[in-house]
Design a protein around this ligand. Structure first.
Ligand code: C2O
Length: 534
């Protein structure tokens, strides 16, 4: 294995897009940012220099960070922000990981433009568990706001109002249709007839779940969140923010130009938007004026399609890549997730929209939880995060009489190497809505999912403990539940939150504190000397 060095200089760049110009934060002047390439078991050293005008951190989304929690990156969870003029070196090893992941800023909404791909190839001489593709292409889905994102979100927080939805969706940085603006430039995927391509698709958007399609072509899904899956054929990919999907596409047409579409999935009762990002797949050496072949775009509320897609995913579970599902459970947890309201004097309607896990709206601390844990600094967090919700919810029923949340900076403590089953239940405090939840530091197995209220007896019987899909970001279905299992074999503090940034901002977040073990390689090493201070 090798050591790969990268230099990420965060700087402002004036970008012209969607018929407007503005300064955006970028890494090395690029949007999307540079791709980080490595091989399984390599060590990656990224020196991040902040030459922009805003605090930030970088997170390596889906990287296990075994005993390298100081390099994980969420602001105020594992580190203080890197201030303008400062730098920090992220140093981590990609132990037993290969596939597609993403990196992104993890402070406020900076990740709107500060994100990029992580491509981890298998070890030398180790083949893919699927036919070797002719070529590989990375496709990053994102969003574009015409106004300054930080100013917009700060104002909406102050007023307790929902932030604006984006003005356009992007494919590899190129917007699709923007009302009132005819954009000429777009992304084109050039292919050769008869060849098979591996698409590494990444959803780096802040607040959009996407359907992804290519007219007249289908996908064979072979990997999600850097875990191999049983090959599964589909003509529509569903992908939530933070998720990655590797799909084989066979270029089986002799000629032509085909529409590629990333259209939003939206089940919230507010802010429906119909913006679809478009790009083209084009066969090489075919006439420039070939007619475009179009595709049907799923309506934004196609919940059935999202459930069908996610329910079809299974881990490969082969001899080489077994699914190591924990069969016995030490911690049996039940968390409700949802959006509610709290009183707010300065807000427009006297209330502020908040979100919570087990009715706790997580307040960000002043210094990072990991530093406070490591150095025993008191008064930063409490470890009384509840294992169960404080009152009974019903997803179909009326909102509970008390729809106010409590505030706190609470963690849930796990013994080293203990096993966890966590059922996440969507609640309808305001209205049901799906939530793509991300757990830092672990891959989890999705042993069950369903609609309605989780039934601890009946639903438990149906759990898949053989070949459940392994992910780092998993959707709690609209008005339903998801059950995950993982082994707490990584000491540190690990953030769990909705990857729709709007819900994270409102407080849909908590953290697990995994204690050190007794063995020689079972504790968190001391922080690097350049760890930023608050
Ligand atoms: Cu990709 Cu905590 O985020």
């Amino acid at each position: 294995s090798l050591v790969r060095h990268y230099s990420f200089i965060v700087l402002l760049k004036n970008e012209r897009k969607a018929c407007g110009r503005k300064d955006i934060m970028t890494v090395n002047g690029k949007f999307p940012g540079p791709t980080l390439y490595a091989r399984e078991d390599d060590t990656v050293i990224v020196r991040v220099t902040n030459r922009a005008n805003h605090n930030l951190t970088i997170h390596w989304h889906g990287v296990r960070q075994l005993r390298s929690g100081w390099a994980d990156g969420p602001a105020y969870i594992t580190q203080c922000p890197i201030q303008p003029g400062q730098n920090y070196v992220y140093n981590f090893t990609l132990s037993s990981q290969r596939g597609t992941l993403l990196w992104h800023a993890h402070f406020s909404w900076i990740r709107a433009t500060v994100h990029g791909a992580i491509v981890i190839f298998p070890k030398h001489g180790v083949p893919y568990p699927f036919p070797h593709p002719y070529k590989q292409k990375t496709i990053i889905l994102g969003e574009w706001w015409k106004s300054d994102v930080e100013a917009m979100v700060n104002k909406s927080t102050q007023l307790g109002q929902p932030p604006n939805v984006s003005d356009a969706q992007t494919i590899n940085g190129h917007p699709g249709h923007v009302p009132g603006c005819a954009t000429k430039r777009g992304f084109t995927l050039h292919v050769e007839t008869g060849k098979t391509y591996l698409l590494r698709i990444i959803n780096a958007a802040l607040n959009e779940d996407f359907f992804f399609k290519i007219a007249s072509h289908h996908f064979t899904i072979v990997e999600v969140d850097a875990s191999y899956t049983k090959p599964f054929k589909t003509n529509t990919i569903f992908i939530s923010p933070g998720q990655t999907t590797n799909a084989l596409v066979r270029a089986h047409r002799p000629i032509g130009k085909y529409l590629i579409a990333a259209s939003p999935f939206m089940d919230a009762p507010v802010a429906i938007d119909n913006l679809t990002a478009t790009a083209f797949l084009r066969y090489k050496r075919t006439p420039k004026n070939s007619p475009i072949v179009f595709t049907h775009i799923p309506p934004p509320n196609s919940t059935l399609l999202t459930n069908q897609f996610t329910d079809s995913l299974r881990s490969l579970n082969s001899e080489e890549y077994p699914a190591k599902v924990p069969l016995f459970i030490d911690h049996n947890l039940f968390f409700t997730v949802g959006v509610g309201v709290n009183p707010c004097e300065t807000c427009v309607n006297g209330v502020r929209l908040v979100a919570a896990v087990n009715n706790v709206t997580f307040l960000m601390p002043q210094i990072s939880l990991l530093q406070s844990h490591y150095y025993n600094i008191p008064g930063v967090f409490t470890d009384d995060f509840p294992a169960n919700p404080p009152f009974v919810y019903d997803y179909t029923g009326k909102p509970p009489t008390n729809n106010q949340t409590s505030n706190g900076t609470k963690v849930y403590r796990l013994r080293f190497n203990s096993t966890v089953q966590l059922v996440l239940q969507d609640t309808a405090v305001i209205a049901p809505e799906s939530h793509p939840i991300h757990l830092h530091g672990f891959n989890v197995f999705i042993v069950g999912t369903g609609l309605g209220n989780f039934d601890p007896i009946e639903d438990w019987k149906g759990f898949n403990l053989v070949d459940p899909v392994e992910r780092n970001t998993f959707g709690v279905p609209n008005g339903g539940w998801i059950a995950i299992r993982f082994r707490a074999d990584n000491p540190g503090v690990w953030f769990l939150h909705c990857h729709l940034e709007v819900h994270t901002t409102w407080g849909l977040r908590m953290a697990f504190l995994v204690e050190n073990g007794e063995g020689p390689n079972e504790s968190l090493p001391p922080p690097p000397s350049d760890l930023p201070q608050c």
